[in-house]
Design a protein around this ligand. Structure first.
Ligand SMILES: *Cc1c(COP(=O)(O)O)cnc(C)c1O
Length: 463
């Protein structure tokens, strides 16, 4: 088309004003795929605008999952979004980088001989936990059969405050979930009362480094010691898995002397979310076993790789490979010093916020952010009957902050808490703004002369 033609009289859809084109003057279809094509710009605008209503990811203090990466990472992501992780043959270097990463993690978590460790990337900790649970179940089945016993009714022992992925594992793979309820006296699984829950059908115990509800570490060494005592008494050798979705990428940097990892013989496997404190964008988890012998071979499938075969253990087949490259980038970019600095900065912000919230007077801290940079608080008993933490959640939401309130798990469901997850990107400066808003909204609620309506309140929490 000639450059000099009269645009007004020969208007093409591209030249029509934005938001006034065909398809942009009317509501987009929601239930059926439209009959005809749209301009790419039109389809883009509609999708972009609807997603815009989601709110600001960096003000979402409910999630543990990364919402910020630097520009080089964005370039790697853009270069690699077409790579499929399962195509080990087509993308052998991406496959090799995956192995560099889990070997680095085996080393970070003190595998006694990292060359004997085995690991894999996953879409997140949920998949990694399923794999670890399956390895426990299969090992137990093999041992039971070898001993001439049945393999009915396996069980897994864990805190009532586990992340929902463990309930899914037990549901999907027919394992009885045995929960040890948390309480004011035992805020986490700590080995207390474990002997009454463990029997010859226990496939393993899960310990959590960074409980989702509160951010607290479970004392893995104490749990391991309790299992040692049980073994001495009953002969039952029950393995431990550490769900380090968040904490396995915090403790090595902030609490290097804390023994929670492969330094404890009983720990068979560890998972983490690359996309939480591993500091990548969503879509990445890791599972590592201290020794390849702990992962039953009959769970492993072979895919073709450089004309040979490569072992894989995964629930999915195709999945993005870019996140694995992002993880390797982050390891190289930050190094141990960089991770320490980032996590320490998050912790400083968390501790500052926790102190500021405690100083308001209306609240009582459940914990203070000194494990992972996450903490929760409750309303002081007797402080008010005019409002609760769900009202504060709503007031903060009007300012753009997502600070979820929710009930604690079994045995403490009457207790409502509110939680902040500090991630890379919640700067001290932004945290100051948040604290001001919490103070202002608490003062507003405390100034009410009658109760807030309670209808329609709900938890914004999906653990
Ligand atoms: C987030 C989390 C999970 C699930 O991890 P995803 O990466 O979101 O699948 C499992 N366990 C704990 C303790 C978590 O915090």
């Amino acid at each position: 088309m000639s450059e000099q033609h009269d645009a007004a009289s020969h208007e093409t859809p591209e030249q029509e004003p934005d938001f006034a084109r065909p398809g942009e003057r009317t509501a987009a279809p929601r239930r059926t795929i439209p009959e005809h094509e749209s301009l790419a710009e039109t389809a883009y605008q509609i999708v972009h605008d609807e997603a815009m209503l989601d709110g600001n990811a960096r003000m979402n203090l409910a999630t543990f999952v990364g919402t910020w990466m630097d520009e080089q990472a964005q370039r790697i992501y853009a270069d690699a979004f077409d790579k499929n992780m399962i195509d080990k043959d087509e993308y052998p270097r991406t496959a090799a980088i995956e192995e560099h990463c889990w070997r680095m993690l085996a080393d970070l978590w003190h595998a006694p001989d990292p060359s004997k460790a085995i690991g894999t990337s996953t879409v997140g900790s949920s998949e990694a936990c399923m794999l670890a649970g399956l390895a426990f179940k299969r090992r137990w089945q093999h041992a039971r059969r070898a001993g001439g016993h049945d393999t009915d009714r396996p069980n897994l022992v864990m805190s009532s405050a586990v992340q929902v992925c463990w309930e899914k594992f037990c549901n999907y793979f027919d394992v009885e979930a045995r929960f040890v309820p948390i309480s004011e006296a035992h805020k986490t699984l700590d080995g207390h009362d474990l002997e009454h829950r463990i029997d010859e059908r226990t496939i393993g115990v899960v310990a959590i480094m960074g409980v989702t509800y509160t951010g607290m570490y479970e004392p893995v060494a104490k749990i391991a010691a309790a299992l040692d005592a049980i073994q001495a008494k009953t002969g039952l050798d029950v393995p431990l898995h550490v769900d380090g979705a968040s904490g396995a990428m915090v403790a090595p940097f902030l609490q290097p002397d804390l023994e929670w990892d492969f330094r404890l013989d009983r720990v068979h496997s560890i998972n983490t979310s690359g996309h939480k404190y591993g500091l990548t964008y969503p879509g990445l988890g890791w599972a590592v076993w201290r020794d390849a012998s702990l992962l039953p071979e009959d769970l492993v499938f072979q895919v073709s790789y450089l004309g040979g075969r490569m072992p894989t253990f995964a629930l999915n087949f195709s999945r993005p490979g870019a996140q694995v490259l992002l993880q390797y980038y982050t390891f190289l970019r930050l190094g141990r010093d960089g991770y320490r600095t980032v996590q320490q900065t998050c912790q400083d912000v968390a501790v500052h916020l926790a102190k500021g919230i405690a100083a308001i007077g209306a609240f009582e801290l459940w914990n203070d952010g000194t494990d992972i940079p996450v903490f929760a608080w409750r309303l002081k008993p007797g402080h008010t009957s005019n409002w609760n933490l769900y009202h504060l959640q709503e007031r903060l939401r009007t300012k753009g902050w997502l600070v979820p309130a929710y009930p604690m798990p079994d045995a403490l469901t009457d207790l409502t808490v509110q939680r902040i997850v500090v991630r890379n990107g919640l700067s001290m400066d932004l945290a100051g703004e948040l604290l001001d808003d919490i103070r202002t909204e608490t003062a507003y609620l405390d100034g009410l002369e009658a109760p807030m309506p309670a209808e329609g309140l709900h938890s914004g929490f999906h653990h």
